[in-house]
Design a protein around this ligand. Structure first.
Ligand SMILES: NC(=O)c1ccc[n+]([C@@H]2O[C@H](COP(=O)([O-])OP(=O)(O)OC[C@H]3O[C@@H](n4cnc5c(N)ncnc54)[C@H](OP(=O)(O)O)[C@@H]3O)[C@@H](O)[C@H]2O)c1
Length: 325
C-alpha cells in the first residue's frame, strides 16, 4: 500500500515562518512528478493579516489558505477534512508541543497518511549519550516519543537539516564568540581552531529537500532523513569570505571549553541566546557529521544543491532577511 502513495493535498502549519516561507515557496514552484499536488496553508488570523500581501501573492500561484487556530480541535479537524493526505509542520520553537495534538488528530482523521513534524534542524538523536539531555532538544524529543508510542496509522518523516548556513554566518548579538561573520568589520568568530567540519543546509535547500522528500514517500516513511547542502570547516568559510571580499579578515577563535562556560552562564541567567550557544556548541562538537547523509535517497546530487560559494555570496548581498518569496 505504502509504495503506491503520492501526496495530493498537503497542509502546512507555520508556512509563513522563518523556514516555513522557504518550504511553502519551494512547494508552490515545484513541478510534482505525476499528479500535481494542492498546497494548503493553515495560518493564524494575526499572521493572515500581518502577511496579507505575501499570502495574496502565493494565492495567485495556487495556494489555498485556511485561517484558524491551531490549538482548536474544531479548526484543525475541519482543515484535515478538506481531503488532506499530507501534513507539514514548520511551527516555531514556541509551538513544538502543540504538534502532539496535531498528530493525534491526524491519526484519528482516517485520511491523513503522512506527517512531517517541525524538525528542520539539529539531529536531536545524534549522540545517544548526550542528546537526550540537551535542553533545546527536549520538546522535539517529546514529539518523537509521542509518535513512537501513539502513531501507528500515519507515516512520519523527520527532515533533519543541521544548521542553516544563512543563519550560522550571522553572529548572535551579545553572544558573538559563539560564531559568525561581521561583514562591516571583516571580523570572523569561530569555535575552537576552526578545523572541525560542520554539515550545513542553505534555507533554499531546506525547501528543495522537503520537495524531494514528498517525491519519495516510500523511501522516506519512518525515517529521520539527514540532508546537507555542503560540509565545510569554519576556516574554509573564512577563506571564502576573504576570497569574495578580496580582503584579509580578523579571526577570533574561542576554545570549545570557553564556549561551554558561556553557554552555562547564559542558561543560568535565562538569556535568550542560551539555546543558540547550545546548538552552536553541538555543531562545533561534530553533531552534524555522518559517514553518509541521506541526500541520495532523495535523488539529490551535489550539483543540484547550493554550495559554499553561493552561501557566502548571498550572505554578503544582504543575507536571508532580504529574501523574498
Ligand atoms: N537549523 C536551523 O539553523 C534552524 C534555525 C531556526 C529554526 N529551526 C527550526 O525550524 C523550525 C521552525 O522554526 P522557525 O524559526 O522557522 O519558526 P517561526 O518563524 O518562529 O514560527 C513559524 C510559525 O509557527 C506558527 N506558530 C503557531 N503557534 C506557534 C507558537 N505557539 N509559537 C511559535 N510559532 C507558532 C506561526 O505561524 P501561524 O501564525 O501561521 O500559525 C509562526 O509563524 C523549528 O523546528 C526550529 O527548531 C532550525
Amino acid at each position: 500500500m505504502a509504495s503506491t502513495f503520492t501526496p495530493s493535498k498537503i497542509l502546512i502549519f507555520g508556512g509563513t515562518g522563518t523556514i516555513g516561507a522557504y518550504i511553502t515557496a519551494s512547494l508552490l514552484r515545484a513541478k510534482p512528478v505525476g499528479a500535481p499536488w494542492q498546497l494548503v496553508l493553515f495560518t493564524s488570523p494575526g499572521t493572515a493579516s500581518a502577511k496579507a500581501a505575501q499570502l495574496s501573492k502565493w494565492k495567485a500561484e495556487g495556494l489555498q489558505v485556511i485561517v484558524g487556530d491551531l490549538t482548536s480541535e474544531r479548526d484543525v479537524v475541519a482543515a484535515y477534512k478538506e481531503g488532506v493526505d499530507t501534513v507539514i509542520s514548520a511551527v516555531g520553537r514556541g509551538g513544538l508541543q502543540l504538534q502532539i495534538e496535531l498528530l493525534r488528530l491526524a491519526e484519528a482523521s482516517g485520511t491523513v497518511r503522512w506527517f512531517l513534524p517541525s524538525e528542520f534542524g539539529t539531529d536531536i538523536e545524534h549522540n545517544a549519550d548526550k542528546s537526550p539531555s540537551e535542553k533545546p532538544h527536549q520538546l522535539k524529543l517529546q514529539v518523537r516519543r509521542y509518535i513512537r508510542e501513539h502513531i501507528t496509522r500515519v507515516n512520519v518523516t523527520y527532515v533533519v537539516t543541521g544548521p542553516y548556513f544563512d543563519m550560522w554566518i550571522n553572529t548572535m548579538p551579545g553572544a558573538e564568540r559563539a560564531g559568525g561573520f561581521g561583514k562591516a568589520e571583516r571580523l570572523a568568530y569561530v569555535i575552537g581552531d576552526g578545523e572541525g567540519k560542520v554539515g550545513f543546509c542553505t534555507m533554499w535547500d531546506v525547501g528543495k529537500f522537503v520537495v524531494a522528500t514528498l517525491r519519495h514517500p516510500e523511501a522516506s516513511f519512518g525515517k529521520a532523513l539527514k540532508v546537507q547542502s555542503f560540509v565545510v570547516t569554519p576556516n574554509e568559510v573564512v577563506a571564502e569570505f576573504e576570497r569574495q571580499t578580496g580582503a584579509k579578515w580578523t579571526v577570533v577563535k574561542t576554545p570549545l571549553d570557553e564556549i561551554r562556560v558561556l553557554e552555562a552562564k547564559a542558561w543560568d541567567e535565562g538569556s535568550p541566546v542560551a539555546t543558540g550557544y547550545t546548538l552552536r556548541r553541538i555543531w562545533a562538537e561534530g553533531g552534524t557529521l555522518y559517514d553518509k547523509n541521506d541526500n541520495e535517497i532523495l535523488g539529490l546530487k551535489p550539483e543540484d544543491l547550493d554550495q559554499l560559494e553561493l552561501g557566502v555570496r548571498r550572505g554578503l548581498e544582504g543575507g536571508y532577511r532580504n529574501d523574498t518569496f
